[in-house]
Write a protein that binds this ligand. Sequence first.
Ligand SMILES: [Zn+2]
Ligand SMILES: [Zn+2]
Length: 114
Amino acid sequence: MFFCPFPGCGRVFSTLWGLKQHFRREHRPWLWRRCPVCGQRKRLTVPRRPFRYGSVIKHIVFREDSAHQAVAYLILRSDGVSNRSLYRSRRDLARRMFSRPRQFAFDPFDGGDV
Ligand SMILES: [Zn+2]
Ligand SMILES: [Zn+2]
């Protein structure tokens, strides 16, 4: 069983793939305003411009600790994966991480004072 880590969600899936599909569809990581793992907020690039697209996703993907990499598995599209071994190692981390009920420490839609 795999448990959705999104705050307040609590849905359970029989496969990791099912969780991933649910996660991208329901929790729309491209709209996140902060990292759910460490609380890092999106930064403004240019004053009064909208937040830069995908910067939270980029932050998560480039952090190398297992908590961020497990989330990277959930939020990245799986088509066009160029690095198979990286994909597999993220998937293994995610399998371990989400087979127990746990919730993110931060609500990614809570932008705080930004
Ligand atoms: Zn969920
Ligand atoms: Zn983070």
